[in-house]
Design a protein around this ligand. Structure first.
Ligand SMILES: [Zn+2]
Length: 358
């Protein structure tokens, strides 16, 4: 699979043919698309996937969104990634309803889950969520110690904000162990986040399977945080693998300032004094994340990492990613003016892989 996220609306037919002529077979498009608006892509024989943030409150005016928001350990509501609490039934139902509508239209090849997580380090104060009554009830139902979670996450937040805090570890691999020894409730919190995310992905999988039982072949994929970041937001690659047809780690080398970007999420952990700041990610760093994803997944999982398109090093990043034997590649984001990056990425994505020099 060779795919882009995004396809310009202006001159869409010509952009679709441009991608097709460079070897692309698929595009992923956002929530404002309809069978009519995607027709130029279908006419160019591109498979079109749909995507929408899972727990979005972006469509709601703030007073209406307020009751759905995540809460910090003190009960203050906070928004992250335009999203509310992942355990809010109304948001879960709206997400399921959207996916069913997309699948039933028959025009889309599949759906990519996005924002299927809790708040990330880049969300600042909202990272230390969610302690709302919905999550308290869910923790109780799943057998997690909500009070221990709230107490230790609150203590961690206090430590992160204290002026004399110095980085707890040199890199993410060595960060979790000291953190979890010091604040065991934080381990409970991360496990709880993961259980809630998996619970909703399982709901979506069941809905898609139900529709496919009637003869459709609609696929379900997910945009996930890089392996180095995934534990912080409640995403576990091996646990999600059986529920997904396609797994796409988001590996944007220099992109910012949004959530999920390698640079900004690392900076978020550094701002919390959990990690030191670091130099720019290299193509090799991105390749390592693809390898970690590959190693954590069963061989049957379809791994299609999504790389930053508008990157002068996109050819090198693509080549580095391919060394880890993904099943395809995706590129974020294709806009008018990005044709030159497509022309750089496509040959690297389609070239025969050569093993690294000994
Ligand atoms: Zn909550």
């Amino acid at each position: 699979m060779l795919r882009t996220y995004g396809l310009p609306k202006e001159s869409r037919a010509s952009h679709a043919h441009f991608l097709k002529s460079h070897g692309f077979d698929s595009v992923v498009l956002g929530p404002d698309e309809t069978p009519l608006t995607i027709q130029p892509a279908l006419d160019a024989n591109l498979n079109v996937w749909s995507c929408r943030p899972a727990f979005s409150v972006r469509h709601l005016p703030s007073p209406e969104a307020a009751p759905y928001l995540s809460q910090d350990p003190d009960g203050h509501p906070l928004i992250w990634f335009g999203s509310g609490c992942p355990n809010e039934p109304a948001l879960r139902q709206a997400h399921l309803h959207y996916i069913r509508t997309v699948a039933e239209s028959g025009a889309f090849a599949g759906f990519m889950l996005d924002g299927i997580r809790f708040a990330s380090p880049n969300a600042g104060d909202a990272f230390f969520t969610c302690f709302c009554p919905r999550c308290a009830a869910q923790a109780d139902a799943l057998g997690y110690d909500f009070d221990a979670m709230r107490r230790d996450v609150s203590a961690l937040r206090h430590w992160c904000r204290s002026a004399d805090a110095s980085p707890l570890a040199a890199d993410p691999d060595s960060l979790l162990a000291p953190l979890l020894i010091r604040w065991p409730g934080v381990a409970e919190w991360l496990r709880f986040r993961e259980a809630c995310v998996r619970d909703h992905v399982a709901e979506v999988r069941a809905a898609v399977d139900h529709l496919n039982a009637r003869g459709a072949q609609f696929q379900l994929g997910a945009y996930l945080f890089a392996p180095l970041l995934a534990p912080w937001v409640g995403q576990d690659y091996p646990a999600l693998a059986p529920l997904l047809d396609v797994i796409s780690p988001m590996l944007y080398r220099t992109l910012g300032p949004g959530d999920a970007c390698l640079t900004t999420e690392w900076a978020g952990l550094a701002a919390l004094n959990l990690l030191p700041s670091r130099a720019e990610f290299t193509p090799r760093d991105v390749g390592r994340q693809v390898r970690l994803a590959r190693e954590s997944l069963p061989a049957t999982s379809r791994l299609v990492p999504i790389l930053q398109l508008a990157d002068d090093l996109v050819a090198g990043v693509t080549a580095a990613a391919r060394l880890a034997a993904p099943d395809g590649l995706d590129f974020f984001v294709y806009r008018t003016g990005h044709e030159r990056y497509v022309a750089l990425a496509a040959p690297a994505a389609l070239a025969a892989t050569t093993p690294p020099a000994p």
